[in-house]
Design a protein around this ligand. Structure first.
Ligand code: FE2
Length: 325
């Protein structure tokens, strides 16, 4: 079975193809973020222009034609409304024209399942960290099989927090990954640390870090911000690990590309005789393959959807999705 997935939650328009779980194509175009960040309607226009090209590249990479596709997945949410709508439009057009069943996929579940599949893990504790999201999840079977959210950010995602700081500190390009480079060899200054049980908040930390730029070097503030934010995430994850007694940890989402976060979580995992599994970067950055992987699981489990359910939902929560596989 061959499944095509379309991802368009934010700056990335991605098309991936999997053949019975094996990823055979994963192509994308990324909106180049400048000093103003992302203006959703502008990013959506960029995706519109690039969609046909990315689709063709993915089909070429897989050596397939569109008529070879058995199912299509698109990202229903969470994400930026106009960007999600472009993905739905593209997926729906192909689905209607070639009569291919269409599956609405949750973005977070895409990140989780593609990592589980890569390492053959069945039931991990998940730390999902990206621009817009930061959550600790794990499968529960009651009242229905779903990813329960054990803890999450009360305000912004850790990725957006780092990106916002980068813009304020005039770090170019304004990405969390660039903050990590600036932070090398920085010294620690104290910043607010807020964990409530397994939940956390980042806006207070961001404001304090921005203020600290007046009296400290960018390097020291960047280092301290990263250490504080990742320590908060690691502490909350450790608490969830003790509560759930899960045997494996999956770290996924855009911020899972951070070497420092991997290292911190790895040391916690080691002290509890568990392991942290992290996908290669191309699967942690937003991509179409992860949407294809989930759509295939949904299709094989017998899920089918009427046309009226083909919508987008900017606040589509992972814990509202019934896991049928
Ligand atoms: Fe993502």
């Amino acid at each position: 079975m061959v499944t095509l997935g379309i991802e368009s939650t934010a700056h990335t328009f991605g098309v991936g193809i999997c053949d019975n779980g094996r990823i055979i194509a994963n192509k994308k175009s990324m909106y180049p973020i400048k000093d103003k960040g992302m203006i959703p309607i502008v990013v959506a226009g960029f995706h519109m222009q690039n969609a046909p090209k990315v689709l063709k590249e993915a089909l070429d990479e897989a050596g397939l034609r569109i008529t070879d596709i058995d199912a299509i997945g698109y990202t229903k949410g969470p994400g930026l409304g106009p960007c999600l709508s472009v993905g739905l439009l593209a997926a729906r057009f192909i689905s209607k024209k070639y009569r291919i069943p269409l599956m609405p996929v949750n973005h977070a579940i895409g990140h989780i399942e593609v990592t589980k599949q890569a390492f053959g893990i069945r039931d991990p504790l998940v730390l999902y960290v990206s621009g817009g999201n930061s959550q600790i999840l794990g499968l529960l079977s009651s009242p229905y099989r779903h990813y329960h959210v054990f803890g999450e950010t009360f305000d912004i995602g850790v990725g957006n927090m780092l990106d916002n700081f980068a813009r304020e500190a005039r770090i170019v390009p304004a990405w969390g990954s660039q903050v990590a480079k600036v932070a090398l060899d920085g010294k620690y200054i104290q910043l607010p640390y807020t964990v409530k049980g397994m939940d956390f908040t980042f806006t207070g930390l961001l404001t304090a870090a921005e203020k600290a730029l007046k009296n400290h070097s960018v390097k020291d503030v960047a280092y301290s911000l990263q250490e504080t934010a990742f320590s908060m995430l690691s502490e909350a994850t450790e608490r969830a690990l003790l509560l759930t007694k899960k045997k494996d940890i999956v770290l996924c989402g855009g911020v899972a590309q951070s070497a420092r976060l991997k290292e911190m979580l790895g040391s916690i995992a080691k002290s509890h005789s568990t392991r942290v599994f992290v996908s290669p970067n191309e699967l942690n950055a937003d991509n179409g393959a992860m949407i294809a992987v989930v759509a295939e699981k949904m299709f094989k489990a017998g899920e089918r959807y009427p046309d009226k359910e083909m919508t987008v939902n900017q606040k589509y929560r992972a814990d509202t999705v019934k896991i049928s596989w």
